[in-house]
Design a protein around this ligand. Structure first.
Ligand code: ATP
Ligand code: MG
Length: 582
C-alpha cells in the first residue's frame, strides 16, 4: 500500500473498509447493494435519518443500489399513513430508491416455501408449547434450555401441521414453527427460535390470505437474500442475532448470501427516540402530532424549519462507529444554523413591539429602503422595505434609564435603524399605568441608508417595521422538548415529567415586514437579530403563523456556561470560607 492509499484508508469508516475489501476480493462480483428497511409502525426519526444516509450514501459511493423496503411482517401495527410518511421523508432527505420499493409481505409465499424446505431438511418443527411454556423451556443466560417434547416430530407430521397452521385450522398462540438448533447454546437466540406464529389478523397488503406470520429473524435475512442485498447494515442490538441470520440462510439451497454488519444507533441528549415513546407523546397529546416541530421526527424537523442538508451534514459529522454513545443535540443545532446561515433570506420582524414616532419625519411620506436579502449569497439580491413616520421596534431595544453597557435606544442616545436612518430619542409617552406607549425620536435625513456623512458613529443597529405596512402574525417559539439531558435515565420518574414547559411559547401580535406574507412553508428566513424562522403549515393569508426554528446564538450553551461559572465561583467561595475557619 502506498501512502496515498494508506491515507485514503484512514478516512474510511469501518463499514466502507469492509466493503472495499469485499470489492477487492470479488465478493458478490464486486456489487454493493444496501437497503433501508423501516417497519411502517411510526414516523421516521433522526436516528432513522442516520441509517438512511448511511445506506443510500454507501450505495452511491460504490456505484451500487439502495432499496426502500417496508418490513411489514407484523399485521397488527402497520398503517398506510406510516408508509406514506416514510416515503415522503426519505425523498425529502434527498434520496431516491428509483423503482426499488419493496414490501416484505410480498415475499410471504417465498418465505413459506423456504420454511417447507427447512422442515424437509429436518431443521424445523411444529411446537405445541404455549407461549408461557416456550419461555419456561427457554432457560436463562446462565442455565441451558430444555428440548421441547415436540422437537422430534417426523417431517411428514411437521409438514401436515404447518400447512394446517397456514390454513387457519388452529387458534392464535396454540402452535409455532421453530428452528431446530440447540437449546443449550450460550446464545439465547439460537435456542430453537420461533420462525412462525399463528395470527388471525388482516394484513394491510395481503388481507386475510395468511393465518401465520414470520418472525423478524427468520424474515429479515430472507428479504435481504431475495433482493440480492450484499451488505445488510443494521443496529448493534442485532449483533447476537447474526449467527441466526446466517444459520437460516446456511440451511437453504442456492440462495444469495448477504452479509450483516452492525453499527451503533444514534442517541441524542434532550431527546427520546424510540417509536414507542414518540407514539406515546402523540397519543397523550403532549405534542401536536408526529410532525409537531418539537418532535425528533424527520417530519417534525422539516416543519420546524431544519433544512434536509443540515440533517445530512449532521449524519456525516457523527460518523459511524461500533460503540454506543450519546451525541449532543447542540451538534445538530450547529449544523442547522450553519446551513440556514447560507440558505435563509434576511427579513425584519418585531416580536415584542413598541411604537416609535419620528417627530421630524413628514407625515404621510413612505420611502422604500433598499435591503440586502442574504449577505452570504449575493445572488439572493435586494428588496425594498417601506419606511415611514411611525415604526415598531422591540421593547427590549429601549430603556428609559439605560443600564450599564446598554447602547441601544434611550433618551438622548442615537442609534441606527437598519437600512434606514440614525434616530435619537427625545421623549417617551406613557399611559396611566406608567407603561410606555410611544417613544418619540428625531431622525437625521443625512444618514439615509444607515451611514452618516460626517463619520459620526453609533453603537447599535436595530431592526424595525413600518407600522402602516406591517403584517400582523403569530409566532410559535420552539425550544427543546425536554429540559434535562437524559429524560429516560431518572429512576422512579417518567420521562414525561421532564417536558420543557417553554418548548412552545405562542407570541401573538407580532409585526412583520410586508414581504413576509409571500413566504411559504419550506422557505427559510432569518428574522434579523432574532433567529431563523419558517412559515408553518397552518399559516394562511389571513392568519400568518411562523415557527421559530432556532435562535441565532446558542442560548443554551451560554446558560450552561453561566451555570458552570456560578458553580466554580460557589466552590471557590466555599473553599475560602473553610480556609478562613481554620
Ligand atoms: P425504534 O427503536 O426507534 O422504534 P426501530 O429500529 O424499531 O426504531 P425500524 O423501522 O425497524 O425502527 O428501523 C429501520 C432501520 O432504521 C433499521 O435498520 C434500524 O436499524 C435503523 N434505526 C432505527 N433507529 C435508529 C437509530 N437510533 N440510529 C440509527 N439507526 C436506526
Ligand atoms: Mg425495528
Amino acid at each position: 500500500m502506498n501512502t496515498n492509499e494508506a491515507e485514503k484508508k484512514e478516512y474510511l469508516n469501518f463499514i466502507h473498509q469492509i466493503i472495499e475489501e469485499d470489492i477487492k476480493n470479488g465478493k458478490h462480483e464486486g456489487r454493493v447493494h444496501t437497503r433501508f428497511p423501516p417497519e411502517p409502525n411510526g414516523y421516521l426519526h433522526i436516528g432513522h435519518a442516520k441509517a438512511i444516509c448511511m445506506n443510500f450514501n454507501t450505495a452511491e459511493k460504490y456505484n451500487g443500489l439502495c432499496n426502500l423496503r417496508f418490513d411489514d411482517t407484523n399485521p397488527a401495527k402497520e398503517e398506510d399513513e406510516y408508509v406514506n410518511s416514510i416515503k415522503e421523508d426519505v425523498h425529502w432527505l434527498g434520496f431516491d430508491w428509483e423503482d426499488r420499493l419493496y414490501y416484505a409481505s410480498n415475499y410471504f409465499q417465498q418465505m413459506y416455501d423456504f420454511a417447507i424446505e427447512t422442515i424437509k431438511k429436518g431443521k424445523a418443527y411444529v411446537c405445541d408449547l404455549t407461549p408461557e411454556e416456550v419461555r419456561e423451556y427457554h432457560g436463562t443466560p446462565t442455565e441451558t434450555g430444555k428440548n421441547s417434547p415436540y422437537r422430534d416430530r417426523s417431517v411428514e407430521e411437521n409438514l401436515d401441521l404447518f400447512e394446517k397452521m397456514k390454513n387457519g385450522e388452529f387458534p392464535n398462540g396454540s402452535r409455532t414453527l421453530r428452528a431446530k438448533i440447540d437449546m443449550a447454546s450460550p446464545n439465547m437466540n439460537m435456542r430453537d427460535p420461533i420462525m412462525y406464529r399463528i395470527l388471525h389478523e388482516t394484513h394491510h397488503n395481503t388481507g386475510d390470505k395468511w393465518n401465520i406470520y414470520p418472525m423478524y429473524d427468520w424474515a429479515h435475512g430472507l428479504e435481504d437474500s431475495i433482493e440480492g442485498v450484499t451488505h445488510s447494515l443494521c443496529t448493534l442490538e442485532f449483533e447476537d442475532h447474526r449467527p441466526l441470520y446466517e444459520w437460516f440462510l446456511d440451511n437453504l439451497d442456492g440462495v444469495h448470501r448477504p452479509q450483516q454488519i452492525e453499527f451503533a444507533r444514534l442517541n441524542l441528549n434532550y431527546t427520546v427516540m424510540s417509536k414507542r415513546k414518540l407514539l406515546e407523546l402523540v397519543q397523550l397529546g403532549l405534542v401536536n402530532g408526529w410532525d409537531d416541530p418539537r418532535m425528533p421526527t424527520i417530519s417534525g424537523m422539516r416543519r420546524r424549519g431544519y433544512p434536509a442538508a443540515a440533517i445530512r451534514a449532521f449524519a456525516d459529522k457523527i460518523g459511524l462507529a461500533k460503540r454506543e454513545s450519546t451525541v449532543d443535540v447542540a451538534l445538530l443545532e450547529f449544523c442547522v444554523r450553519e446551513e440556514l446561515n447560507k440558505l435563509a433570506e434576511r427579513r425584519m420582524a418585531v416580536l415584542n413591539p413598541v411604537k416609535v414616532v419620528i417627530t421630524n419625519y413628514p407625515e404621510g411620506q413612505v420611502e422604500m429602503m433598499e435591503a440586502i436579502n442574504n449577505p452570504e449569497d449575493e445572488s439572493a439580491g435586494t428588496r425594498e422595505v417601506p419606511f415611514s413616520r411611525e415604526i415598531y421596534i422591540e421593547k427590549d431595544d429601549f430603556m428609559e434609564v439605560p443600564a450599564k453597557k446598554f447602547f441601544r435606544l434611550s433618551p438622548g442616545n442615537e442609534v441606527r435603524l437598519r437600512y434606514a436612518y440614525f434616530i435619537t430619542c427625545t421623549d417617551v409617552v406613557k399611559d396611566e399605568n406608567g407603561e410606555i406607549t410611544e417613544i418619540h425620536c428625531t431622525y437625521d435625513p443625512a444618514t439615509k441608508g444607515g451611514d452618516s456623512p460626517d463619520g459620526r458613529r453609533v453603537k447599535a443597529t436595530m431592526h424595525w417595521v413600518s407600522c402602516e405596512q406591517a403584517e400582523k402574525a403569530t409566532i410559535r417559539e420552539y425550544d427543546r422538548l425536554f429540559k434535562i439531558e437524559n429524560p429516560l435515565g431518572v429512576a422512579d420518574k417518567d420521562y414525561t415529567e421532564f417536558i420543557n414547559e417553554h418548548s412552545l411559547d405562542v407570541v401573538v401580535n407580532c409585526y412583520l415586514e410586508p414581504d413576509l406574507k409571500n413566504f411559504k412553508p419550506g422557505q427559510f428566513i432569518q428574522f434579523e437579530r432574532l433567529g431563523y424562522f419558517i412559515a408553518d403549515l397552518d399559516s394562511t393569508d389571513d392568519n400568518l403563523i411562523f415557527n421559530r426554528t432556532i435562535t441565532l446564538r446558542d442560548s443554551w450553551a451560554k446558560i450552561q456556561k453561566q451555570m458552570r461559572q456560578a458553580e466554580t465561583e460557589r466552590r471557590a467561595r466555599e473553599k475560602k470560607a473553610k480556609k478562613n475557619q481554620k
